[in-house]
Design a protein around this ligand. Structure first.
Ligand code: DOR
Ligand code: ZN
Length: 401
């Protein structure tokens, strides 16, 4: 297939054409006779290294089909799914079983994390991406670090010893799981290997990541929401939303490159679950369909430069796990999204494809993609879902780290 249009290429938007063959970009050219014109601006698909699609065990919150469909509508063409499911992904059997089930339901490309535990040595043969929960949170108890594989290890950095159990509002939740808890957790990892620190919620944590030469990610909610918003338990998340000035400082850290990437931490829970008393409501916020469109809008409003936006949403996440995605270049996977910059819409939960049916970003301005292509095939065309579950499992190779 050949397509042409205005294409983001090496920091600029240029008129160009792409020759696509076998799911990959074969050539980037000035012009190809007969190429199909795509409206708007074409970007590489976004890469989300942190999502909870809840399968197996919690399919009433989300499943792999609705999760990856929402991802596609949100401009994400590759997603890494977290292992805090029931059963958790913690041995070869649970991994293979999950892979079998979700492969049939994937609308975008994906990979799967293992829980980092004593099986890690054996598991590396299957896939070399791990998740380490240092403290307890939804679906995980927290564990000691005993063996550190030479792999991509995403860390939930909060320590049980500094987590207080009870909180009745967002401010208390912040104080019950304070920034210092995150900083201390990262500190204990210094000198133990190479880690990627998930969802940093404090500038001090970013500083500690620099000391350890760790990479780190920030979530859209720690940038765009804060603890004094009237969200109640719908804003309950671990690590917690912080004060507004911290969100603003994290945004600066992202802009200047001290935070490497944005990842969603899409963690849906149903409205009924979230409407429980604050202290017992589960933590987590759905994100996967809204953050790339919101970032596109913020880029157009000059809150983040074009080049930096593409780095943090597309290029750098792919680089961190060593996959041939995230760029429109010869040899890269033909994962593309296109949107009209003038097509600014407000986020409405009724338009989203999550099973949970809610978003904390109601009313935010966004620029959604009208076209999404994964491996050279349309998943969304002119705003319509046309995908036939063609998402592929991508093996993360450990030796790239
Ligand atoms: O708020 C959170 N929700 N933090 C986590 O670490 C887990 C996640 C979930 O799976 O719901
Ligand atoms: Zn998470």
């Amino acid at each position: 297939m050949e397509i042409e249009g205005r294409i983001y290429h090496r920091g600029e938007i240029i008129d160009a054409a792409l020759e696509i063959d076998g799911g990959r970009i074969k050539r980037v050219k000035k012009y190809i006779t007969g190429a199909k014109r795509i409206r708007g601006v074409i970007f590489p698909g976004a890469i989300d290294l942190h999502a909870h699609f809840r399968e197996p065990g919690y399919e009433h919150k989300e499943d792999f089909y609705t999760g990856t469909m929402s991802a596609a509508f949100g401009g994400i063409t590759f997603v890494m799914d977290m292992p805090n499911t029931n059963p958790p992904v913690s041995d070869a059997e649970s991994f293979n079983e999950k892979l079998r089930t979700v492969s049939r339901k994937a609308n975008v490309d994906f990979s799967l994390y293992f829980l980092l535990n004593e099986n890690a040595q054996i598991l590396r043969e299957h896939n070399a991406a791990f998740k380490l929960y240092m403290g307890e949170t939804t679906g995980a108890k927290g564990s000691e670090v005993t063996y550190v594989p030479h792999s991509f290890i995403s860390v939930h950095a909060e320590l049980n010893e500094c987590i207080k159990k009870e909180s009745t509002n967002l401010r208390e939740h912040d104080l019950a799981r304070p920034e210092s808890c995150e900083v201390r957790a990262v500190k204990t990892l210094l000198g133990m290997g190479k880690f990627h620190i998930a969802h940093v919620s404090s500038v001090d944590t970013v500083d500690m990541c620099k000391v350890g030469r760790f990479t780190c990610e920030v979530t859209p909610h720690h940038l765009l929401l804060h603890r004094d918003m009237p969200l109640g338990s719908f804003g309950k998340v671990n690590p917690p939303l912080r004060a507004r000035w911290i969100a603003e400082r994290l945004w600066e850290e992202l802009l200047i490159g001290r935070i490497d990437i944005v990842a969603s931490d899409h963690a849906p829970h149903t409205v009924e679950e979230k409407e429980e008393e604050f202290s017992s409501a589960p933590a987590g916020i759905p994100e996967v369909e809204t953050y790339v469109p919101i970032f596109m809008r913020l880029m157009r409003m000059e809150k983040i430069p074009l080049r930096r936006m593409v780095e943090v949403l597309m290029e750098k996440p792919a680089e961190l796990i060593g996959i041939g995605k995230g760029k429109i270049e010869k040899g890269y996977d033909a994962d593309l999204i296109a949107m009209n910059f003038k097509d600014v819409r407000r986020v409405r939960s009724r338009d989203l494809h999550y099973k949970c049916g809610w978003t904390p970003y109601e009313g935010f301005e966004a620029i959604y993609p009208h076209t999404v292509i994964v491996g050279g095939e349309y998943v969304i065309e002119d705003g319509e879902f046309v995908g036939e579950r063609m998402g592929k499992f991508v093996k993360i190779e450990g030796n790239k780290f």
